[in-house]
Design a protein around this ligand. Structure first.
Ligand SMILES: *[C@@H]1O[C@H](CO)[C@@H](O)[C@H](O)[C@H]1NC(C)=O
Ligand SMILES: *[C@@H]1O[C@H](CO)[C@@H](O)[C@H](O)[C@H]1NC(C)=O
Ligand SMILES: *[C@@H]1O[C@H](CO)[C@@H](O)[C@H](O)[C@H]1NC(C)=O
Ligand SMILES: *[C@@H]1O[C@H](CO)[C@@H](O)[C@H](O)[C@H]1NC(C)=O
Ligand SMILES: *[C@@H]1O[C@H](CO)[C@@H](O)[C@H](O)[C@H]1NC(C)=O
Ligand SMILES: *[C@@H]1O[C@H](CO)[C@@H](O)[C@H](O)[C@H]1NC(C)=O
Ligand SMILES: *[C@@H]1O[C@H](CO)[C@@H](O)[C@H](O)[C@H]1NC(C)=O
Ligand SMILES: *[C@@H]1O[C@H](CO)[C@@H](O)[C@H](O)[C@H]1NC(C)=O
Ligand SMILES: *[C@@H]1O[C@H](CO)[C@@H](O)[C@H](O)[C@H]1NC(C)=O
Ligand SMILES: *[C@@H]1O[C@H](CO)[C@@H](O)[C@H](O)[C@H]1NC(C)=O
Ligand SMILES: *[C@@H]1O[C@H](CO)[C@@H](O)[C@H](O)[C@H]1NC(C)=O
Length: 705
C-alpha cells in the first residue's frame, strides 16, 4: 500500500518538475531524515543522501560536468565540510520548494526536524535534555568534551553571563603590576572583584586601546589582591592609560540574569536563564563545535579547487577556542586562525545569496593562494570577531590572495566575542574590489586595508573601496580606529564614493578615514564623511596621498568620558609631517559645526609640513574663527604660507538640508562648484537624518546591543 503510494508520487513529481529530468545525473539531493525509499542512497531524487559529506564522498572525481547538490531546507549539523580539488565544479544550494514538499510527504517522521527558509550548514550541535527547577532556570549536560562558550536559542545569540551586568559598564582594577612581563599576566584588583567566585571557568576581558585581551585565571593572591592569568596580553596591562581606563569585565560566572548562560566545565553543565518568552525544551538550542564550518581549499596552491558555487544556504555556528596558555590579543583580532567559511588555494568561486551568521570568529576568510573569489549579495551578521577577512598577516607573501570581489553584502553586528574584529579586513592582498556593501554595528574599525606599519613593502595594492555605506562603528568601546583604516604603501588603492558616519571610540583616537603609519599612494575621492568623534580625516604619517572632492562634516563630536581626556582634534589632521609630500587636498568641502573655541580645521603636530591644499571650501555656520596648521593660525596667515590660495571660508550652498546631513550635492552657483567640486552620487542605501544612534536602520539585528 505504502509503496504504491510512493511510486505514484515519484512519477507524478518527475512528470511535473521539468528541472530534474531523471536521466541527468548532475543533480544530487541531501535529506537528513528518513524517507520511504528502496535501495541504497545514490543521491537521486528518490534515494537522496543523508548528509553533505556522504554526497561529497560519492562524487566521481573524473567527471567533467557540474554537479548540483540540493539540500533540504533544515539544519544540517556537520563536521567541517571540506571541498578540495576533487570537488571542483560543484554547486551547493537549497532544493526548491516542490522537491522539499515531496520529501515531507514521504518522510518517516520519527525525528524532530523543521523546515527552514534555507538549508543551514551548522558547525554546532543541538543541545537537548533541558530540565528546570523553576524561575526560568534550565540546565543541560553536553554529550561531548566541549567548552560551551556560545549558545543560540531560537536563532538568537544568548549572552554569556557578564559582570558588570550592564553592558555599558566596566570594572576597574586597582593598579597594573610593576614588572612588565608579569603585567601581561595579571593586575592588582579591588576588594570584592574576585574573592567570592569559583574562577576555574571564568574569563577576564581586559580593554587596552584598540584591542581586548581574553584571559583564563590561574589563581588569585588574596594577601596583596593580585590576579594571575594563565595566558598573556600583547602589551602590559595598563600601557594605555586614557584608552584603557583600567577597564575589564568578567564572563562565565554563574549568576542569574535573564537571557544569559554560563558553563561549568568539570560537570559539562550549561545553566541557562531565559526571559520566560520561550521554553528551552521546545525550541532549537545550538552550541557551536567546529571552528571551521565549510572549507574550500585545494591541498596545494598549484592544484587549486575551482568552480564552486554556494548559494541560498546559511553557514553558521562556528566555535572559538582559546587554549589556556594562548595569547588572545592582537590588532583586528587577527590572532584568530579560523572562520565559518574559509577559502584557500582556490579559484573561480562564487558565494552568493548566502547568510553567514552566529559565528565565534570571522564569518568569511579568503586566504592564501586564491584568485577570482566572489562574495556577493550575502548577509554576514552576528559574528564573534569581524565579518570578512581577505589575505593574511605573514610576509613575504608566497601564495598571494588576488582578484577578490566583495560585492553588495551586508556586514553587520560584529565583535560579539572579540570586539576588535573588523567589518571588512583586507591585509596583504592585491586587486580587491569591495563595492556596494553596507557595513555597520561593528565594535571597532569598519574597513581596514593593508598590513605594514611604515614604508616597507605592504604586499597590498590596487584595492578599490567604493560606494560602501559604513556606519555605527566603534560604538564607544575601543580606541584608535576609523570608519576606513589603512596601513602602508598601497599603489592603486582608491577609496571612493563611500558614506561614513557615526564613528566613536571609548575616549580617544577615532577618525572617519584614518591613514595610519606609512599609508601612501592612496586616492581618497568623492566620499561623504560625517558625525565623527574626532577629525574626519587623519594621517598618522605617509606620502603622496590624494584627497579630492570629499565632504567632511560634523566632526569632533565626542564628549570625552573622563575630565582629563584629550579633546578632539578638529576636522583634518596630520600627526607626523616628514621630509616628503604628505598629501594633496583639493576640491574638498569641510562643513564644520564645532561651537567651542581653539578648534582647528587642519592641525599638524609637527612644523615640517609638506602638503598641498587648494580649491577647498571651509565653513562653520556658528563661527568664522577657524584655525590652520601647527601654529593654529588664522586662515589669512595660513594662506600667506602659500596654501589654499584660491580656497575660501564661505557657505558651500548644499542642495539638501544640512540639518538632515544631506551633504552630497551643491547648488549650481555654489562657490565649491566654481572651484571644481562635483556632485557626489547618493548611495541608494543611505537615509536622511543626523541621528547618531540610527536604531531604525538596523535591519537584521540578530543580537541586541
Ligand atoms: C514531523 O513531526 C513533527 C512533530 O510532530 C512536526 O512538527 C513536523 O512538522 C513533521 N514534519 C513533517 C515534514 O511532516
Ligand atoms: C546601562 O547603563 C546605561 C548608561 O547609564 C543606561 O542608559 C542603560 O539604561 C543601562 N541599561 C540597563 C539594561 O540597565
Ligand atoms: C603580590 O605578591 C606576589 C607574590 O609575591 C607578587 O608576584 C605580585 O607581584 C604581588 N602583587 C603586587 C600588586 O605587588
Ligand atoms: C575543560 O575540561 C577539559 C576536560 O577536563 C579540559 O581538558 C579542558 O582544558 C578544559 N577547558 C578549559 C578551557 O579549561
Ligand atoms: C595551500 O597550499 C599550500 C601549498 O601550496 C599548503 O601549504 C597550504 O596548507 C594549503 N592551504 C590549505 C588551507 O590547505
Ligand atoms: C612619493 O612620490 C615620489 C615622487 O613620485 C616618489 O619618489 C616616492 O617614492 C613616493 N613615496 C612613497 C612612499 O611612495
Ligand atoms: C624637516 O625637514 C628637513 C628638510 O626638509 C629635514 O632635514 C628634517 O629631518 C625634517 N624634520 C622632521 C622632524 O621631519
Ligand atoms: C589649543 O589646543 C591645542 C591643542 O590642539 C593646545 O596645544 C593649546 O594649548 C590650546 N590653546 C588654548 C588657548 O587653549
Ligand atoms: C548638483 O545636483 C543638483 C541637482 O540635484 C543640481 O541642481 C546642481 O546644479 C548640481 N551641481 C553641480 C555643481 O553640478
Ligand atoms: C585654484 O588654484 C588651482 C591651483 O593653483 C588652479 O588650478 C585653479 O585653476 C584655481 N581655480 C580658480 C577658480 O582660480
Ligand atoms: C524610529 O521610527 C519610529 C517610527 O517610525 C519613530 O517614532 C522613532 O522616532 C524612530 N527612532 C529613531 C531613533 O529614529
Amino acid at each position: 500500500m505504502m509503496m504504491i503510494f510512493f511510486v505514484l508520487i515519484i512519477s507524478n513529481l518527475l512528470y511535473t518538475i521539468h528541472s530534474i529530468p531523471p536521466s541527468l545525473p548532475s543533480q544530487l539531493y541531501v535529506v537528513p531524515f528518513r524517507i520511504f525509499s528502496e535501495g541504497n542512497a545514490d543521491g537521486s531524487v528518490d534515494r537522496p543522501y543523508t548528509s553533505i559529506q556522504q554526497a561529497l564522498d560519492h562524487i566521481d572525481t573524473d567527471r567533467k560536468q557540474r554537479i548540483i547538490i540540493n539540500l533540504y531546507p533544515t539544519y544540517h549539523f556537520v563536521n567541517t565540510i571540506t571541498f578540495t580539488e576533487q570537488h571542483s565544479r560543484i554547486r551547493l544550494t537549497t532544493m526548491n520548494n516542490e522537491i522539499a514538499s515531496f520529501y515531507e510527504k514521504i518522510a518517516i517522521n520519527d525525528s524532530e526536524y523543521s523546515r527552514l527558509p534555507h538549508a543551514s550548514i551548522s558547525g554546532g550541535i543541538p543541545i537537548t535534555g533541558w530540565t528546570t527547577t523553576g524561575g526560568n532556570i534550565y540546565t543541560a549536560t553536553v554529550p561531548q568534551p566541549i567548552f560551551v562558550n556560545q549558545l543560540f536559542a531560537n536563532n538568537q545569540r544568548v549572552s554569556r553571563t557578564r559582570l558588570p551586568l550592564n553592558q555599558s559598564y566596566y570594572f576597574q582594577y586597582a593598579a597594573p603590576l610593576q614588572d612588565p612581563n608579569q603585567a601581561r599576566y595579571g593586575f592588582q584588583y579591588d576588594r570584592g572583584q574576585f574573592e567570592n567566585w569559583p574562577l576555574d571557568d571564568a574569563m577576564v576581558v581586559v580593554y587596552h586601546s584598540w584591542t581586548t585581551s581574553h584571559h583564563y585565571i590561574d589563581r588569585i593572591d588574596t594577601t596583596n589582591r593580585t590576579i594571575f592569568f594563565t595566558n598573556p596580553s600583547n602589551s602590559p596591562i595598563g600601557t594605555y592609560v586614557i584608552q584603557g581606563q583600567r577597564r575589564f569585565h568578567v564572563e562565565n560566572l554563574c549568576i542569574w540574569v535573564p537571557n544569559s548562560f554560563c558553563f561549568v566545565n568539570a560537570t559539562r553543565t550549561i545553566y541557562l536563564m531565559t526571559d520566560g518568552s520561550y521554553d528551552p525544551t521546545k525550541v532549537q538550542i545550538i552550541t557551536p563545535v567546529e571552528e571551521f564550518v565549510v572549507i574550500i581549499a585545494g591541498t596545494d596552491v598549484t592544484n587549486p579547487v575551482s568552480d564552486i558555487i554556494i548559494d541560498n544556504v546559511v553557514i553558521e555556528h562556528n566555535a572559538w577556542n582559546i587554549a589556556r596558555t594562548e595569547q588572545a590579543d592582537y590588532q583586528a583580532a587577527s590572532f584568530l586562525t579560523s572562520a565559518a567559511l574559509y577559502i584557500a588555494n582556490a579559484t573561480s568561486i562564487v558565494i552568493s545569496d548566502v547568510q553567514i551568521r552566529h559565528t565565534g570568529t570571522y564569518g568569511v576568510w579568503i586566504k592564501e593562494g586564491t584568485t577570482n573569489i566572489n562574495l556577493m549579495n550575502s548577509l554576514i551578521s552576528d559574528t564573534g570577531a569581524g565579518g570578512v577577512r581577505v589575505g593574511q598577516m605573514t610576509a613575504p607573501v608566497t601564495t598571494p590572495t588576488s582578484s577578490i570581489q566583495i560585492l553588495s553584502n551586508e556586514i553587520s553586528y560584529g565583535g560579539n566575542v572579540f570586539p576588535s574584529g573588523v567589518g571588512l579586513l583586507i591585509h596583504r592582498a592585491t586587486d580587491v574590489v569591495a563595492v556596494d556593501n553596507s557595513i555597520h554595528h561593528q565594535r571597532y574599525t569598519g574597513v581596514s586595508v593593508g598590513w605594514e606599519w611604515g614604508y616597507n613593502p605592504s604586499y597590498t595594492s590596487n584595492i578599490l573601496i567604493h560606494s560602501n555605506y559604513i556606519y555605527n562603528t566603534g560604538e564607544h568601546i575601543l580606541c584608535d580606529q576609523g570608519g576606513i583604516y589603512t596601513l602602508g604603501i598601497q599603489p592603486g588603492t582608491v577609496i571612493s564614493n563611500n558614506v561614513i558616519k557615526n564613528v566613536f571610540s571609548y575616549a580617544a583616537y577615532m577618525w572617519g578615514i584614518y591613514l595610519d603609519e606609512g599609508s601612501s599612494e592612496i586616492v581618497v575621492a568623492n566620499n561623504v564623511v560625517y558625525n565623527i568623534g574626532w577629525a574626519g580625516l587623519f594621517q598618522h604619517y605617509g606620502a603622496n596621498n590624494t584627497i579630492i572632492n570629499n565632504v567632511f562634516a560634523r566632526t569632533s563630536l565626542i564628549t570625552p568620558p573622563q575630565p582629563d581626556d584629550p579633546i578632539p582634534d578638529g576636522d583634518l589632521r596630520i600627526m607626523l609631517t616628514e621630509n616628503h609630500l604628505s598629501w594633496r587636498f583639493i576640491n574638498n568641502i569641510v562643513y564644520d559645526t564645532y561651537q567651542g573655541t581653539n578648534h582647528s580645521i587642519f592641525k599638524s603636530d609637527s612644523s615640517n609640513v609638506s602638503v598641498i591644499f587648494n580649491s577647498n571650501i571651509y565653513y562653520n555656520p556658528f563661527q568664522t574663527k577657524l584655525l590652520f596648521g601647527i601654529q593654529q593660525t588664522s586662515f589669512e596667515e595660513w594662506q600667506k604660507t602659500g596654501q589654499d590660495s584660491n580656497s575660501t571660508i564661505t557657505d558651500p550652498l548644499f542642495v539638501g538640508d544640512v540639518n538632515q546631513c544631506d551633504f552630497f550635492t551643491v547648488q549650481s552657483n555654489s562657490p565649491a562648484a566654481k572651484l571644481g567640486f562635483k556632485n557626489i552620487t547618493k548611495l541608494p542605501k543611505w537615509s536622511l537624518g543626523c541621528g547618531i544612534d540610527n536604531s531604525n536602520e538596523s535591519s537584521n539585528q540578530f543580537y541586541h546591543w
